[in-house]
Design a protein around this ligand. Structure first.
Ligand SMILES: Cc1cc2nc3c(=O)[nH]c(=O)nc-3n(C[C@H](O)[C@H](O)[C@H](O)COP(=O)(O)OP(=O)(O)OC[C@H]3O[C@@H](n4cnc5c(N)ncnc54)[C@H](O)[C@@H]3O)c2cc1C
Length: 416
């Protein structure tokens, strides 16, 4: 089969890897408009559930991702006028560029034709065209009426920045300013860099004058606001010097249908989930797994694409609800900031409103160092045990015939 993936993000590259593993006779091309090694964004977070899946589908790339990833083992919450508090949970983070380099190298070594600086003017001719061209998918737009995309625009403003300040762990920081509250989601993703996503209401954004500052001056303003959190290190916006700024409103995208003839949507081209639950990359890669499974099933392509769409829409629904609840909580942050420190961080952890009472008791107990260290130790044993159950490289399974896995959650106690 001749397969072309338009877009070399996590979805397109990982699907190319899995489809080639399933059938080396497939002729697979990935067209990526950016040069090699150039991408947007900083590090992304993920949890054990994605690693489990990656090891089941391709232990070789899973091992490389696991080795390159940064591990963190708790969440810290800081807010002006409140003592720092802690949330139980652990996870991983990895630079987006590094992830793409691992996937591109794996695709190339399997014989996939990965072409950078290649942006097709038309939908390419192939037996199957995978539209993995991200949230602004031109292919989706080309057949807009058929795919039926709906976009809900979030209220808050956000910007995805990086910093050479290496945070100890995943940190949420809330600062009170004269124009209202502004906060960040930050986590280390290698030995030298952290992701630093800043978010605030539109009123605070314009009240702080951020709507009128270019990227460099906007970063300088944010550095002043978050100086106490950055240890004197700068914030970096790749757009500095370009005249633009990276401030955006989150756009929640859903699509009525995912396939049209031989064209199928995947990853952010089909659906987006708010960054506050850190799952877009995971979902894009799980789409790739589901499509690879569906195609390996031996059905007519139309039936396979239908099966893929059904499996993924079913798996996505609970996460999309969680992401919506989470993004709406962040739109109401000013309603919670009067709470004392422990209640405030618990409200943040429970922003999807799904925790039983024991979680609150655990949260309060683990604000003391002794119980917190004990819980962290128990979680690290669990993490180690889970890692041991993953198949080794010698047990690399074929893609064909693998049973779909039910949707699962990450570390169980994860608050992200
Ligand atoms: C602020 C922020 C933080 C995030 N944090 C996380 C996180 O912590 N964890 C997580 O899992 N996810 C996170 N995400 C989401 C994640 O980045 C996306 O969901 C994920 O990258 C989707 O993968 P994709 O392959 O579908 O699309 P993309 O990663 O967007 O890749 C699409 C690719 O297609 C290329 N392309 C586009 N158009 C064309 C064209 N016409 N021709 C050729 N190439 C084209 C683009 O250059 C790009 O390389 C975050 C997103 C944001 C905005």
């Amino acid at each position: 089969m001749r397969i072309t993936c338009v877009g070399g993000g996590p979805a397109g590259l990982y699907f190319a890897v899995l489809a080639k593993l399933a059938d080396p006779a497939h002729e697979i091309t990935v067209l990526e408009r950016n040069p090699a090694g150039v991408t947007y964004g900083w590090g992304v977070v993920f949890w054990d559930d994605l690693l489990d899946d990656l090891y089941r589908y391709d232990p070789v790339s899973a091992e490389r991702i696991s080795r390159a990833a940064c591990r963190w083992d708790s969440y810290e919450v800081r807010a002006t006028g409140k003592a720092a508090t802690h949330l139980a949970g652990y996870g991983f983070s990895l630079g987006r560029r590094e992830l793409l380099e691992i996937l591109a190298a794996r695709a190339l070594e399997l014989g996939v034709d990965v072409r950078f600086r290649d942006e097709p003017a038309e939908v390419p001719a192939a037996d199957l065209v995978v539209a993995s061209d991200g949230a602004g998918s031109r292919i989706r737009e080309r057949y807009a009426e058929h795919f039926g995309a709906e976009i809900e625009v979030g209220r808050n403003k956000y910007i995805w920045l990086g910093t050479p300040h290496v945070f100890d762990t995943f940190t949420f920081g809330f600062e009170q300013t004269a124009a209202g509250w502004i906060w960040y989601h930050a986590y280390p993703f290698d030995a030298e860099t952290s992701t630093f996503i800043v978010e605030c209401t539109p009123e605070t954004w314009s009240g702080l004058g951020l709507d009128e500052l270019d990227a460099a001056r906007g970063c300088a303003r944010l550095q002043e606001i978050f100086a106490a959190h950055l240890d004197g290190r700068p914030l970096i916006d790749h757009r500095a010097g370009t005249g633009g700024t990276g401030w955006l409103n989150y756009r929640r995208l859903t699509t009525r249908r995912w396939d049209h003839g031989n064209v199928v949507l995947m990853g952010d081209a089909a659906h987006t989930t708010h960054f506050a639950i850190g799952s877009g990359t995971k979902l894009a890669m799980q789409d790739a797994m589901a499509l690879a499974d569906a195609l390996a099933g031996g059905d007519e392509p139309a039936v396979a694409l239908e099966r893929y769409e059904h499996r993924r829409k079913t798996a996505l629904a609970p996460l999309q609800r969680a992401a919506k609840a989470s993004s709406e909580w962040f739109e109401r942050v000013p309603d919670y900031t009067h709470l004392p420190a422990k209640q405030f961080s618990y409200a943040l952890a429970n922003r999807r409103g799904e925790y039983p009472m024991w979680r609150y008791l655990l949260h309060v107990t683990t604000q003391s160092a002794g119980p917190r260290v004990a819980l962290r130790w128990a979680l690290s044993v669990r993490r180690w045990h889970r890692a041991r159950r993953r198949p080794g490289l010698a047990a690399a399974p074929a893609v064909a015939g693998r049973a779909p896995e039910p949707a699962r959650t990450g570390s169980g106690l994860a608050a992200g």
